[in-house]
Ligand binder design. Structure first.
Ligand code: ZN
Length: 193
């Protein structure tokens, strides 16, 4: 019996953190996302386009780190951490500049350095993009729809079928948007068929 080749891989981490539901106060702007879309990853594994929702500060009482949602979710544009060019308060707190990552620079933070192994709550880029495109499709349908309430009857996969059948935008645009949304997040919006 021949052993199957095993791809080189890092160990799988299970993060000892508590993920709470997203905040409900009105001062925060939150995309509504399905809880199944959110993931905890290490900062070094955050990809461009991932939507960053929360960090996990260690509580003073020594309990499990609990999700601390940012005032506004933001998209990641990770780059290498370059301490020498930046000595802002956040950067000087980084303990391991050799592996730290900059999750975004310019928007919405000037500087967003993270220790490589720090846990981050994200919606992965594919689902975040599907969510964004869906919001665009729904808002455009509302703008031109007749009557727009019909769009929101039933679960999202049914609403996607409704869009295809009723095509509130140009037919090609509706079809392309629904196809892309379903390719990116078939779990939420249903597979293309
Ligand atoms: Zn900095």
């Amino acid at each position: 019996m021949t052993a199957l080749p095993v791809a080189a891989a890092r160990h799988v981490s299970f993060f000892p953190v508590v993920v709470t539901g997203p905040p409900t106060d009105r001062n925060r702007t939150w995309p509504s996302f399905t809880p199944a879309s959110a993931r905890v990853v290490e900062a070094r594994d955050v990809q461009a386009g991932d939507l960053i929702l929360a960090d996990f500060p260690h509580p003073a009482d020594g309990g499990s780190p609990t999700s601390n949602y940012f005032t506004k979710a933001y998209h990641a544009h990770p780059t290498a951490f370059t301490e020498s060019r930046d000595s802002c308060p956040e950067c000087t707190q980084i303990e391991d500049p050799g592996t730290a990552v900059m999750l975004t620079k310019g928007h919405p933070w000037d500087c967003d350095p993270w220790e490589a192994e720090f846990p981050v709550l994200i919606v992965p880029a594919a689902q975040a993009t599907a969510h964004h495109l869906w919001g665009y499709l729904v808002s455009e349908a509302n703008r031109v729809g007749d009557p727009p309430e019909l769009v929101f009857e039933g679960p999202e996969p049914d609403a996607a079928d409704w869009f295809l059948a009723n095509s509130p935008l140009y037919t090609e645009d509706t079809c392309a948007l629904v196809t892309a949304i379903r390719l990116l997040d078939p779990h939420r919006f249903g597979p293309n068929r």
